[in-house]
Design a protein around this ligand. Sequence first.
Ligand SMILES: NC(=O)C1=CN([C@@H]2O[C@H](COP(=O)(O)OP(=O)(O)OC[C@H]3O[C@@H](n4cnc5c(N)ncnc54)[C@H](O)[C@@H]3O)[C@@H](O)[C@H]2O)C=CC1
Ligand SMILES: O=C(O)[C@@H]1CCC=N1
Length: 270
Amino acid sequence: MPGSRVLIGCGRMGQALLAGWTARGETAFVIDPSADRAALAALGAVVIDRLDDLAAVPKPLCVLVAVKPADAQAAIAGLAPWLGPGDLVVSVAAGVPIAALRRALGAAQPGVVRAMPNIAASAGAAMTAAVAEPGLDAGRRGLCESLFTCVGEFVWLADEPLLDAATAISGSGLAYVFSLGEQLAQAGVALGLADDVAARLARVTLSGAGALAARGEASLAELRAQVTSPSGTTAAALAVLDGPGGLGELIARATTAAARRAAEMTPKVQ
Ligand SMILES: NC(=O)C1=CN([C@@H]2O[C@H](COP(=O)(O)OP(=O)(O)OC[C@H]3O[C@@H](n4cnc5c(N)ncnc54)[C@H](O)[C@@H]3O)[C@@H](O)[C@H]2O)C=CC1
Ligand SMILES: O=C(O)[C@@H]1CCC=N1
């Protein structure tokens, strides 16, 4: 890529993305006061201590903002003096709208994208959804896609409010699946299995389901049907899960709460 990648905020999400970039041979400049210099050097990343040092970084800049939502505007505002019309700012901060990012940029006029990846980026298995400002050119759209396709799959969404839905489904969704695994392990213990055996059965079942789903050869409904013998054990369990107050209802309530929370966070960061 011509120009330079700059990562602001190298915590859980930033590090996962950075590892994907550097594995592809991309160099990146990292701004994070808590940066683990040795770990970043091992990845081939360059830590920037003073924003003034950005003056020497080859342009155009492609800036990925991965700080907490409450820190996003301040982090971007600090960078604004070094940003121009040919640059790109991509924020993964949940609930921080493009308008708030644009306000923080002031007179600087880089292209702006808001994206929602997930932490499976650290395993090269992320799902990222994103919305670009209207008019963003194809070159920078492609550049944005490349930030995320090296760690998983990517989709553009038509409207910014849909990002709250994506946050509720794929951004946070891994945690629901892990929670399901925890519940399975606890249920195994209740049925008489030793703790470690129950935990192993649950973990490998989760990863097995993920592996089958990742093949993409069958829909999730088809995969479920393959496990479900008529009048068998799985059918007995699914009758409970599909019943009143069951999994469908719980997931609908949980994802509605997540999407609502993403929308609630918005005014606090403007
Ligand atoms: N953790 C997850 O599963 C996902 C997180 N996100 C978003 O990613 C963002 C980061 O989340 P995490 O990585 O989980 O948080 P984190 O707390 O692990 O990392 C945030 C990092 O930002 C650094 N930081 C704070 N202020 C800064 C500043 N002004 N300049 C440079 N660095 C600064 C901190 O030192 C820290 O290392 C959040 O906005 C979150 O909404 C999005 C999708 C999934
Ligand atoms: O919980 C959060 O706010 C972030 C956004 C999506 C996943 N983690």
